[in-house]
Design a protein around this ligand. Structure first.
Ligand code: ADE
Length: 226
Protein backbone atom coordinates (compact mmCIF):
# COMPACT_ATOMS: atom_id res chain seq x y z
CA UNK A 1 0.00 0.00 0.00
CA UNK A 2 1.32 3.42 -0.96
CA UNK A 3 0.40 6.38 1.20
CA UNK A 4 1.24 9.96 0.22
CA UNK A 5 0.74 12.88 2.62
CA UNK A 6 0.92 16.25 0.87
CA UNK A 7 1.60 19.41 2.86
CA UNK A 8 0.39 22.51 1.02
CA UNK A 9 -1.17 25.92 1.46
CA UNK A 10 -3.46 25.21 -1.55
CA UNK A 11 -5.04 21.79 -0.97
CA UNK A 12 -7.85 22.41 -3.50
CA UNK A 13 -5.28 22.61 -6.32
CA UNK A 14 -5.19 18.80 -6.19
CA UNK A 15 -8.96 18.29 -6.57
CA UNK A 16 -8.84 18.03 -10.36
CA UNK A 17 -5.83 15.77 -10.94
CA UNK A 18 -6.67 13.40 -8.10
CA UNK A 19 -10.34 12.90 -8.98
CA UNK A 20 -9.86 11.59 -12.53
CA UNK A 21 -8.31 8.75 -14.44
CA UNK A 22 -5.49 6.60 -13.06
CA UNK A 23 -5.02 8.28 -9.67
CA UNK A 24 -8.74 8.04 -9.01
CA UNK A 25 -8.66 4.38 -9.96
CA UNK A 26 -5.69 3.67 -7.66
CA UNK A 27 -7.53 5.29 -4.76
CA UNK A 28 -10.84 3.50 -5.48
CA UNK A 29 -9.05 0.16 -5.74
CA UNK A 30 -7.58 0.80 -2.29
CA UNK A 31 -4.01 0.60 -3.63
CA UNK A 32 -3.04 4.17 -2.78
CA UNK A 33 -4.07 6.65 -0.13
CA UNK A 34 -3.51 10.36 -0.63
CA UNK A 35 -3.98 12.78 2.27
CA UNK A 36 -3.86 16.56 1.91
CA UNK A 37 -2.79 18.72 4.84
CA UNK A 38 -3.41 22.45 4.88
CA UNK A 39 -0.26 24.01 6.31
CA UNK A 40 -2.27 26.91 7.75
CA UNK A 41 -3.93 24.50 10.17
CA UNK A 42 -0.50 24.06 11.76
CA UNK A 43 0.27 27.79 12.00
CA UNK A 44 -0.57 28.52 15.60
CA UNK A 45 -0.05 32.27 15.42
CA UNK A 46 -2.26 35.30 15.08
CA UNK A 47 -3.20 35.22 11.40
CA UNK A 48 -2.31 31.62 10.61
CA UNK A 49 0.83 33.03 9.05
CA UNK A 50 3.10 30.55 7.22
CA UNK A 51 5.71 32.93 5.78
CA UNK A 52 7.95 35.72 7.04
CA UNK A 53 10.61 38.19 5.85
CA UNK A 54 14.07 36.78 5.11
CA UNK A 55 16.85 37.59 7.56
CA UNK A 56 19.23 40.09 5.91
CA UNK A 57 16.41 41.25 3.67
CA UNK A 58 16.18 40.54 -0.04
CA UNK A 59 13.08 40.15 -2.12
CA UNK A 60 10.39 37.66 -1.25
CA UNK A 61 9.01 35.89 1.76
CA UNK A 62 10.33 32.67 3.22
CA UNK A 63 8.16 29.82 4.51
CA UNK A 64 8.52 29.57 8.28
CA UNK A 65 9.93 26.58 10.09
CA UNK A 66 7.34 26.12 12.90
CA UNK A 67 4.18 25.18 10.95
CA UNK A 68 6.11 22.81 8.67
CA UNK A 69 7.93 21.21 11.61
CA UNK A 70 4.67 20.75 13.50
CA UNK A 71 2.89 19.23 10.51
CA UNK A 72 5.71 16.81 9.66
CA UNK A 73 6.15 15.78 13.29
CA UNK A 74 2.43 15.24 13.78
CA UNK A 75 2.44 12.90 10.78
CA UNK A 76 5.61 11.15 11.94
CA UNK A 77 4.04 10.52 15.35
CA UNK A 78 1.27 8.57 13.62
CA UNK A 79 3.34 6.30 11.30
CA UNK A 80 6.81 5.71 9.91
CA UNK A 81 7.78 7.53 6.71
CA UNK A 82 10.21 6.24 4.08
CA UNK A 83 10.82 9.67 2.56
CA UNK A 84 10.05 13.31 3.26
CA UNK A 85 10.30 14.95 -0.16
CA UNK A 86 10.55 18.68 -0.84
CA UNK A 87 9.50 19.77 -4.33
CA UNK A 88 11.96 22.41 -5.45
CA UNK A 89 13.38 23.70 -8.75
CA UNK A 90 16.91 23.01 -7.47
CA UNK A 91 16.17 19.41 -6.43
CA UNK A 92 17.27 16.24 -8.18
CA UNK A 93 15.76 16.15 -11.70
CA UNK A 94 12.86 13.70 -11.84
CA UNK A 95 13.25 10.83 -14.29
CA UNK A 96 11.78 7.37 -14.72
CA UNK A 97 14.47 5.58 -12.68
CA UNK A 98 13.60 7.76 -9.66
CA UNK A 99 9.88 7.11 -10.19
CA UNK A 100 10.58 3.38 -10.25
CA UNK A 101 12.52 3.56 -6.97
CA UNK A 102 9.95 5.72 -5.20
CA UNK A 103 7.05 3.57 -6.40
CA UNK A 104 8.35 0.83 -4.08
CA UNK A 105 7.98 3.06 -1.00
CA UNK A 106 5.18 2.76 1.53
CA UNK A 107 4.63 6.10 3.25
CA UNK A 108 5.87 9.40 1.84
CA UNK A 109 5.42 13.07 2.70
CA UNK A 110 5.52 15.66 -0.13
CA UNK A 111 6.15 19.24 0.97
CA UNK A 112 5.10 22.00 -1.44
CA UNK A 113 7.02 25.24 -1.17
CA UNK A 114 6.08 28.80 -2.12
CA UNK A 115 7.46 32.33 -2.21
CA UNK A 116 11.26 32.46 -2.13
CA UNK A 117 11.58 29.01 -0.65
CA UNK A 118 11.56 27.46 2.80
CA UNK A 119 13.77 28.10 5.82
CA UNK A 120 16.96 26.18 5.05
CA UNK A 121 16.87 24.40 8.41
CA UNK A 122 13.79 22.48 7.22
CA UNK A 123 15.82 21.12 4.31
CA UNK A 124 18.75 20.30 6.56
CA UNK A 125 16.85 18.53 9.33
CA UNK A 126 13.48 17.33 8.08
CA UNK A 127 13.75 16.64 4.35
CA UNK A 128 15.22 13.36 3.06
CA UNK A 129 14.97 14.03 -0.68
CA UNK A 130 14.50 17.06 -2.94
CA UNK A 131 12.94 16.69 -6.36
CA UNK A 132 12.55 19.04 -9.32
CA UNK A 133 10.28 18.24 -12.25
CA UNK A 134 12.35 20.37 -14.64
CA UNK A 135 14.62 23.38 -15.01
CA UNK A 136 11.93 26.03 -14.85
CA UNK A 137 10.19 27.77 -11.99
CA UNK A 138 6.59 27.05 -11.05
CA UNK A 139 4.57 29.30 -8.75
CA UNK A 140 4.66 26.62 -6.10
CA UNK A 141 5.38 22.97 -5.49
CA UNK A 142 1.75 21.84 -5.91
CA UNK A 143 1.81 21.10 -9.64
CA UNK A 144 5.16 19.36 -9.21
CA UNK A 145 3.75 17.24 -6.37
CA UNK A 146 0.77 16.31 -8.55
CA UNK A 147 3.13 15.30 -11.38
CA UNK A 148 5.26 13.22 -9.00
CA UNK A 149 2.17 11.58 -7.50
CA UNK A 150 0.83 10.65 -10.94
CA UNK A 151 4.16 9.21 -12.05
CA UNK A 152 4.32 6.98 -8.93
CA UNK A 153 0.70 5.87 -8.61
CA UNK A 154 0.64 4.41 -12.13
CA UNK A 155 3.58 2.16 -11.19
CA UNK A 156 1.85 0.62 -8.18
CA UNK A 157 1.02 -3.00 -9.10
CA UNK A 158 -2.68 -3.37 -9.90
CA UNK A 159 -3.39 0.29 -10.62
CA UNK A 160 -3.02 -0.13 -14.38
CA UNK A 161 -4.61 -3.03 -16.20
CA UNK A 162 -2.61 -5.27 -18.56
CA UNK A 163 -3.54 -3.23 -21.58
CA UNK A 164 -2.02 -0.05 -20.23
CA UNK A 165 0.82 -1.79 -18.38
CA UNK A 166 3.59 0.59 -17.33
CA UNK A 167 6.21 -1.83 -18.64
CA UNK A 168 5.72 -0.64 -22.21
CA UNK A 169 5.96 3.05 -21.30
CA UNK A 170 8.51 5.34 -22.86
CA UNK A 171 11.74 5.35 -20.79
CA UNK A 172 10.99 2.05 -19.02
CA UNK A 173 13.57 0.28 -21.18
CA UNK A 174 15.72 3.36 -21.74
CA UNK A 175 13.93 4.08 -25.01
CA UNK A 176 11.08 6.35 -26.02
CA UNK A 177 8.00 4.63 -27.46
CA UNK A 178 7.55 3.81 -31.15
CA UNK A 179 4.74 5.57 -33.09
CA UNK A 180 1.23 4.10 -32.91
CA UNK A 181 -1.73 4.27 -35.29
CA UNK A 182 -5.44 3.44 -35.34
CA UNK A 183 -8.20 3.42 -37.93
CA UNK A 184 -8.77 4.64 -40.58
CA UNK A 185 -5.90 3.07 -42.55
CA UNK A 186 -5.83 6.07 -44.87
CA UNK A 187 -6.87 9.57 -43.80
CA UNK A 188 -6.63 12.42 -46.34
CA UNK A 189 -4.10 10.29 -48.17
CA UNK A 190 -1.93 9.88 -45.05
CA UNK A 191 -1.21 6.18 -44.75
CA UNK A 192 -0.43 3.86 -41.88
CA UNK A 193 2.94 2.08 -42.38
CA UNK A 194 2.24 -1.06 -44.41
CA UNK A 195 4.18 -3.33 -42.07
CA UNK A 196 1.70 -2.80 -39.24
CA UNK A 197 -1.04 -4.34 -41.37
CA UNK A 198 1.07 -7.32 -42.47
CA UNK A 199 0.17 -9.61 -39.58
CA UNK A 200 3.82 -10.73 -39.30
CA UNK A 201 4.34 -10.41 -35.53
CA UNK A 202 8.13 -10.87 -35.65
CA UNK A 203 8.64 -8.27 -38.36
CA UNK A 204 6.30 -5.88 -36.57
CA UNK A 205 8.06 -6.13 -33.23
CA UNK A 206 11.42 -5.70 -34.97
CA UNK A 207 10.08 -2.58 -36.73
CA UNK A 208 8.78 -1.16 -33.45
CA UNK A 209 12.13 -1.70 -31.76
CA UNK A 210 13.95 -0.06 -34.68
CA UNK A 211 11.58 2.93 -34.56
CA UNK A 212 12.10 3.25 -30.81
CA UNK A 213 15.88 3.21 -31.28
CA UNK A 214 15.76 5.82 -34.05
CA UNK A 215 13.47 8.09 -32.07
CA UNK A 216 15.58 7.83 -28.96
CA UNK A 217 18.76 8.72 -30.86
CA UNK A 218 17.04 11.66 -32.50
CA UNK A 219 15.04 13.04 -29.55
CA UNK A 220 17.22 12.06 -26.59
CA UNK A 221 20.76 11.92 -27.98
CA UNK A 222 22.14 11.81 -24.42
CA UNK A 223 20.44 8.50 -23.62
CA UNK A 224 22.55 5.37 -23.64
CA UNK A 225 20.99 3.04 -26.16
CA UNK A 226 23.94 0.57 -26.25
N1 ADE B 1 8.58 24.38 -7.33
C1 ADE B 1 8.71 25.41 -8.19
N2 ADE B 1 9.22 25.01 -9.35
C2 ADE B 1 9.43 23.66 -9.25
C3 ADE B 1 9.96 22.68 -10.13
N3 ADE B 1 10.37 22.97 -11.36
N4 ADE B 1 10.03 21.41 -9.68
C4 ADE B 1 9.62 21.11 -8.44
N5 ADE B 1 9.13 21.99 -7.56
C5 ADE B 1 9.03 23.27 -7.96
Amino acid sequence: MMRIDIITIFPTMFDGPFSESIIKRGILKGLVEIHLHNLRDYAHNKHQKVDDYAFSGGAGMVMMIEPIDLCINTLKSERRYDEVIYLSPDGELLEQSICNQLSLMGNMIFLCGHYKGIDERIREHLITKEISIGNYVLSGGELAAAVLTDSLVRLVPGVLNDETSALSDSFQDGLVSPPVYTRPRIFKGWEVPEILLSGDENKISEWKHQQALERTTKRRPGFTTE
